[in-house]
Design a protein around this ligand. Structure first.
Ligand SMILES: [Zn+2]
Length: 398
C-alpha cells in the first residue's frame, strides 16, 4: 500500500503555517528542516543519529549520486532508501544547482545543462527529462524539476529569459513524469532494462523563479501553478542578495502559491531566516549551514553562536548549550569538544553536527508549537534577540 503524497494544513498563526505532509515513506510535520545528505549521507551522521535527533525527512543531491555511484546502480539495489538504510521520506534536488555551480565547466542550452564531471572530467548533458529519470531511479519521495539557477544580481531581461526557460523545462519535466507513470501502469519495459519507477508515489515539485523581480515571480508562479505540481518551491534566492530583499521576494512569492500545498524555500538558511520565512508562509527548508558549520567548529545555541575553537573554552566544563537536550550536550563539555576539534578527531565532526542539527530540528519543533499555541510572534522575538545577523560573526558569550 503506497501512501499518496498529501498535505494538510493544521493551524495558522498570522501567515505562519503548521501542517502535515504525507509521503510514501512517512509523515513530515511542517514547518520542517531537511538535513542535507549530499552523497546519500549527512556528513558525520548515521541514520540512527538522524532518527534519534528527530529528523523526519532528508535531502539527497542528485548530481552527486548520478555521477557516483550512479542512479542505475542505486536502482539495482532497490532504490535510495534501501541503499542508504533510511526508510523515512527523502527529497532529491534535480541536480541542476550543482551543475550550474560548476561555472566555466558548464554550458546552458535549451536542451539542458551541459557539464563536465568534477570527478573525472567526463561530459554530461542534464536535461529536464534525464533529471526526472534519475530521480525516478533513485525513488525519492519528492523529486524536483530541473530549473535554471541565476546568481544575484541579474538584469531583468536576463532573469526573464531564464525564468521562461525554467517554465519550458518544468513542462517537459511534468510530461516526462506522466509518461513514466503511465509506462509502469502498462508494464511496458521500453528499451531501458532498468526499473525506472522505484517509488510510484513519488511527488514532483515545481519551482518558481524570477530573481528579485515581483512581476517575473508572479508570471512564474502563475504559469508553474497552471501545470498542477504536487507542491511548489521558491528557487533562486539565498544566492547573494541582501537579506531584506530575500525576505521580500519570499513574502511576495509565497502569497502567490496555493494554500493547500507545501511551500519549499530552497537552500536557506540561518536560524533567523527560518523563523522569518515561516512568518511569510514557508513550510520546508534545507541548508548545509548547521552541518557545515559544525565541522568548522561553529555551534548554534539558544544564546547565539559559539565558536568551540575559542581559547576561553579550554577549561569550560559546561555543555555547548545548557538548555539543549542533545546527546552531545548531555554527555560532553565544551573543554572536551574543543580538545577534539583541535586534535582533528573525527568525533569532533560527529558530536558537533549532532548538536547543530538538534538545534535546527528543535527550533522547528518550537516554531510548530508556537504556531499551534498562537505564540509565534513572541518566539520570533526571542530568536531575534539571540540571532541578529550581526551576532553571527561573534560568540554567544561576547
Ligand atoms: Zn546540544
Amino acid at each position: 500500500m503506497v501512501n499518496q503524497f498529501d498535505f494538510r494544513l493544521l493551524a495558522t498563526d498570522g501567515l505562519a503555517r503548521r501542517g502535515q505532509m504525507t509521503t510514501p515513506h512517512g509523515i513530515v510535520q511542517t514547518p520542517a528542516f531537511m538535513p542535507v545528505g549530499t552523497q546519500g549521507a549527512v556528513k558525520g551522521m548515521s541514520v540512527r543519529d538522524l532518527r534519534e535527533n528527530g529528523a523526519e525527512i532528508i535531502l539527497a543531491n542528485t548530481y552527486h549520486l548520478y555521477l557516483r555511484p550512479g542512479d542505475r546502480l542505486i536502482a539495482r539495489r532497490g532504490g535510495l532508501h534501501r541503499f542508504i538504510g533510511w526508510n523515512g521520506p527523502i527529497l532529491t534536488d534535480s541536480g541542476g544547482y550543482q551543475a550550474f555551480s560548476l561555472g566555466p565547466r558548464r554550458r546552458i542550452t535549451e536542451d539542458g545543462v551541459c557539464f563536465r564531471s568534477h570527478l573525472d572530467g567526463s561530459e554530461h548533458l542534464l536535461t529536464p527529462e534525464l533529471a526526472v529519470d534519475i530521480q525516478a531511479r533513485l525513488g525519492s519521495d519528492v523529486a524536483m524539476v530541473l530549473d535554471e539557477c541565476l546568481g544575484y544580481p541579474a538584469a531583468e531581461d536576463e532573469a526573464r529569459r531564464s525564468m521562461a526557460r525554467t517554465l519550458r523545462w518544468a513542462a517537459r519535466s511534468h510530461d516526462r513524469l506522466l509518461s513514466l507513470r503511465s509506462r509502469t501502469a502498462d508494464h511496458e519495459t521500453d528499451v531501458d532494462p532498468t526499473p525506472v519507477v522505484i517509488n510510484p508515489g513519488q511527488a514532483q515539485f515545481g519551482i518558481v523563479q524570477g530573481s528579485v523581480y515581483p512581476n517575473l515571480r508572479r508570471e512564474s508562479a502563475d504559469a508553474t501553478r497552471a501545470m498542477d505540481f504536487d507542491a511548489y518551491a521558491i528557487g533562486g534566492l539565498s544566492v547573494g542578495e541582501p537579506t531584506d530583499v530575500m525576505y521580500e521576494a519570499v513574502a511576495a512569492t509565497a502569497a502567490l502559491l496555493p494554500v493547500d500545498r507545501p511551500r519549499y524555500l530552497m537552500g536557506t538558511g540561518t536560524p533567523l531566516d527560518l523563523v522569518e520565512c515561516v512568518a511569510r508562509g514557508i513550510d520546508l527548508f534545507d541548508c548545509v549551514l548547521p552541518t557545515r558549520n559544525a565541522r568548522n567548529g561553529q555551534l548554534f545555541t539558544r544564546r547565539g553562536p559559539l565558536n568551540i575553537k575559542n581559547a576561553r573554552y579550554a577549561e569550560d566544563d559546561r555543555p555547548i548549550d545548557e538548555e539543549c537536550g542533545c546527546y552531545t550536550c548531555r554527555r560532553h563539555s565544551r573543554a572536551y569538544l574543543r580538545h577534539l576539534f583541535l586534535a582533528k578527531e573525527i568525533n569532533a565532526s560527529t558530536l558537533n553536527t549532532l548538536h547543530n542539527l538538534h538545534f535546527y530540528l528543535d527550533t522547528l519543533v518550537r516554531i510548530r508549537d508556537a504556531i499551534v499555541f498562537g505564540s509565534f510572534e513572541s518566539l520570533k522575538k526571542t530568536l531575534h534577540q539571540s540571532y541578529s545577523l550581526r551576532l553571527l560573526a561573534h560568540d554567544a558569550d561576547d
